[in-house]
Design a binder for this molecule. Structure first.
Ligand code: GDP
Ligand code: FE
Ligand code: FE
Length: 196
C-alpha cells in the first residue's frame, strides 16, 4: 500500500469519530501540515498522517476520553486537573497507537502535544501544531498575522499563536495548563536567540 492509499484508509477511520465540520478541519490541517513540512524541512508524509489523526478523539464523550487517559502508564499526572479541552491530544496518541497501530514516536508526539505544545518541541510537532492554528477554515482575530509569519518563521508564528491562546484563555478566566506557559516561554527564548 502506498502513502496516499494509507492516508485514505486513515481518513476512513477518522470519519467515524467526528462530524463533517470537524472532518473538514482535519483535512485542512492535513493539507497545511504537508505544506509547512515541505517549507521547513520536516517529513511531509509523517506530517500528513499526524494531522489526519490529531483530533481523532476530539468529539468523543468526556468520560471515554478520561478513561483512555487513566489507562496510560505514562500520563502527565496534572492533565486531568485541567480543562477537558486539552485531553484529546494525549488521548488520541494513546488510542491511535492501540487501535490503528501507529508506532512512530514522532507522529505520536505531534498528536499528543498538538494542543499544549511542550518544551523543546520537535520539528514535526511544531508543524502539526501550527497547521492546526492556521488551516484555511480557521477564523479568529489575528489568524492572518500568524499565517503571514508562517511563511518564513515557524517559531515566531508559534509564539504569536500560543500568545493568542494564553491571552484568550485569561480573558475568559479559564485555567491555563502549566505546560502551555512553558511552551510559550521556550519558544520566545528560541525566537529571541534567532534575532541575535
Ligand atoms: P482544535 O482541537 O482543533 O479545536 O484545537 P486545539 O487542540 O488547539 O485546542 C482546543 C482548545 O483547547 C482551544 O479552544 C484552546 O483554546 C483550548 N486550550 C489550549 N490550551 C489550553 C489550556 O492550557 N487550558 C485551557 N483551559 N484550554 C486550552
Ligand atoms: Fe485539537
Ligand atoms: Fe485541530
Amino acid at each position: 500500500m502506498n502513502h496516499d492509499q494509507y492516508c485514505e484508509e486513515l481518513i476512513e477511520s477518522v470519519k467515524k469519530q467526528m462530524d463533517e465540520r470537524r472532518l473538514r478541519h482535519t483535512l485542512g490541517v492535513a493539507r497545511t501540515a504537508k505544506e509547512l513540512a515541505k517549507r521547513f524541512g520536516a517529513d511531509p508524509q509523517k506530517a500528513e498522517i499526524a494531522a489526519i489523526l490529531h483530533d481523532y478523539c476530539k468529539q468523543w464523550p468526556e468520560e471515554k476520553i478520561r478513561k483512555a487517559i487513566e489507562k496510560m502508564a505514562d500520563r502527565p499526572e496534572d492533565l486531568l486537573l485541567y480543562s477537558k479541552e486539552i485531553w484529546h491530544g494525549p488521548a488520541a496518541a494513546e488510542i491511535v497507537h492501540h487501535e490503528l497501530g501507529i508506532d512512530d514516536e514522532e507522529i505520536l508526539n505531534a498528536i499528543r502535544y498538538h494542543t499544549t505544545g511542550r518544551v523543546h518541541m520537535g520539528l514535526l510537532e511544531k508543524v502539526v501544531c501550527l497547521a492546526d492554528y492556521i488551516e484555511p477554515g480557521r477564523k479568529y482575530p489575528g489568524v492572518d498575522e500568524i499565517r503571514r509569519q508562517a511563511l518564513s518563521d515557524l517559531d515566531q508564528a508559534l509564539v504569536t499563536a500560543f500568545g493568542n491562546t494564553i491571552s484568550f484563555l485569561a480573558q475568559h478566566k479559564e485555567k491555563i495548563y502549566p505546560l502551555t506557559f512553558l511552551t510559550y516561554n521556550n519558544l520566545v527564548q528560541k525566537s529571541k536567540k534567532m534575532e541575535g
